[in-house]
Write a protein that binds this ligand. Structure first.
Ligand SMILES: Cc1cc2nc3c(=O)[nH]c(=O)nc-3n(C[C@H](O)[C@H](O)[C@H](O)COP(=O)(O)OP(=O)(O)OC[C@H]3O[C@@H](n4cnc5c(N)ncnc54)[C@H](O)[C@@H]3O)c2cc1C
Length: 382
């Protein structure tokens, strides 16, 4: 057993860390405040090859794997989560479904631009009335000649409305199985298709420099060939995508938790109270020690889940544990980092205020903490 990173992985981590500090940190607070999408940062991440990290070179990828993506996400989230979730969703929810389940033709058509970061894709599973219980999808797609006709709506879809969004994949009911249950399939809907409307961005508590929209499909017609993979495999497809995505969200949460340690260490050395730096007080030292412990153990949990996935072993339970634990400790660390910053922690100009606002969604997105517990319990045979 060896948890040390290879030289290549260390080099990637270093370069993303430098990028986050030198390119993301100086501009992100303004984007966050104005709720604008950081196109220039995304363009530069594309140039670095970050959108291609886990994909094969055949489609323009970097030939890495899901773990290298997680390392990059951790380093980005250590500075900012809006940028990290943009990359996470672009890969894990945007390009990955096409990479995993698409035909050769679909891959050739869509992947090169998604992998270069020139274009983004969204993954539309959640609906206004259906989230955790995704099997209850209401959106319908009916085959009419050689076209799918889609009707319904999707809620909270990341990367679905940027100027460079090229498509969303949507899950839809395409029929009824012999046992009466819904047949779910996944369909590619290119941006700009008539009948596909993107609502204005939400007003969110956090992730304010990321892109999230409600989508409506009103007799939206796409070619029959836009079906992703086999008809009726929609449920299995999104379960696989979510299992993987949970490892990536765990990495992102660990990054936020570690960013809280970074900022707290700096502040504890600089801020004086009662004649000395607050870092001299054991109460503050213990808070920071606990934050470091939490980030470290959550990191080991996602390393383990990623290692199992790459080895081709079952990893559902470990991915859920990693996501549940990392998101919980990210919220804990954000709360403690804010406390260490006192009144300044409540001021938006301090990164910890952003960490605090960005932490809560980690316990909700890509499966709530309750859903993770359901997954773990089910895997234990309950
Ligand atoms: C900023 C943001 C970005 C997002 N990006 C995307 C995206 O790109 N694509 C996408 O498809 N979705 C996306 N989502 C949606 C997200 O995945 C859902 O919000 C999440 O899965 C929860 O679904 P819900 O909001 O409908 O909550 P619900 O499912 O309605 O749950 C409400 C509460 O009930 C609890 N609950 C539900 N069922 C049970 C149960 N059986 N036992 C115990 N408790 C239960 C939940 O845990 C939760 O606490 C995004 C959400 C946000 C906020």
């Amino acid at each position: 057993m060896d948890f040390r990173l290879t030289e290549e992985q260390e080099a990637l981590r270093e370069s993303v860390r430098d990028f986050a500090r030198e390119v993301v940190a100086p501009v992100i607070a303004e984007h966050y405040e104005k709720h604008t999408f950081p196109y220039e940062v995304v363009r530069q991440m594309g140039k670095m090859g970050l959108f291609g990290l886990p994909f094969s070179e055949e489609y323009g990828g970097m030939g890495g794997n899901y773990f290298t993506l997680c390392l990059a996400l951790e380093e980005l989230a250590r500075v900012d989560s809006s940028v990290a979730i943009t990359l996470e969703a672009a890969i894990s929810l945007g390009a990955m479904p096409i990479y995993r389940f698409g035909t050769e033709e679909q891959k050739a058509q869509w992947l090169p631009k998604l992998i270069s970061g020139e274009a983004l894709a969204g993954f539309g599973l959640t609906e206004p009335g259906v989230g955790s219980d995704a099997g209850g999808t209401q959106t319908r797609a009916v085959l009419d000649g050689d076209e799918w006709v889609i009707n319904g709506s999707k809620a909270f879809i990341t990367n679905s409305g940027t100027d460079i969004t090229t498509l969303v994949t949507v899950t839809a009911v395409t029929g009824t199985r012999p046992d009466g249950s819904k047949e779910l399939s996944t369909i590619i809907v290119p941006s700009g298709t008539p009948g596909f409307t993107v609502a204005p961005g939400y007003s969110k508590v956090g992730w304010n420099a990321s892109d999230t929209h409600e989508l409506t499909f009103d007799d939206c017609r796409v070619p029959a060939g836009n079906l992703l993979g086999e008809r009726g495999r929609g449920f299995a497809q999104f379960l696989r995508i979510l299992d993987e995505g949970r490892i990536a969200i765990a990495a992102l949460a660990v990054g936020l938790a570690q960013g809280c340690v970074d900022e707290s260490l700096k502040y504890a050395r600089d801020r004086h109270a009662f004649g000395q730096p607050i870092g001299n007080y054991q109460a503050i030292q213990f808070k920071i020690a606990d934050m470091e412990m939490r980030a470290h153990t959550a990191r080991l949990a996602y390393y383990d889940a990623a290692a199992r996935m790459l080895a081709g072993e079952p990893f559902k339970r470990q991915a859920a544990i990693a996501k549940l634990h990392a998101s919980t400790i990210a919220v804990d660390n954000a709360r403690e980092a804010t406390q260490i910053h006192g009144g300044y922690g409540f001021m938006n100009e301090y990164p910890v205020a952003r960490f605090w606002r960005d932490s809560k969604i980690l316990e909700i997105g890509e499966g709530t903490s309750e859903v993770q517990r359901m997954v773990i319990a089910r895997d234990l045979g309950l």
